[in-house]
Design a protein around this ligand. Structure first.
Ligand SMILES: [Zn+2]
Length: 59
């Protein structure tokens, strides 16, 4: 009799990056014409290290 129901990884999507592995940060720059330039900076999610899901054991 075998019971291997615990096989497989249970992945929890990272709530910080919504399972994308990256964060989008809106930033505004003022250029030399004093116009506001909006840009989106995409950075690796620090919580899941870009994996898009939380490491096992994390709570
Ligand atoms: Zn994340």
């Amino acid at each position: 009799m075998s019971d291997d129901a615990t096989m497989g990884f249970k992945r929890t999507p990272c709530p910080d990056c919504h399972g994308t592995g990256e964060l989008r940060i809106d930033s505004e720059n003022i250029n030399e014409d004093f116009e506001v330039e909006k840009q989106v900076v995409i950075t690796e999610c620090p919580r899941c290290l870009g994996l898009a899901f939380l490491p096992q054991g994390a709570s």
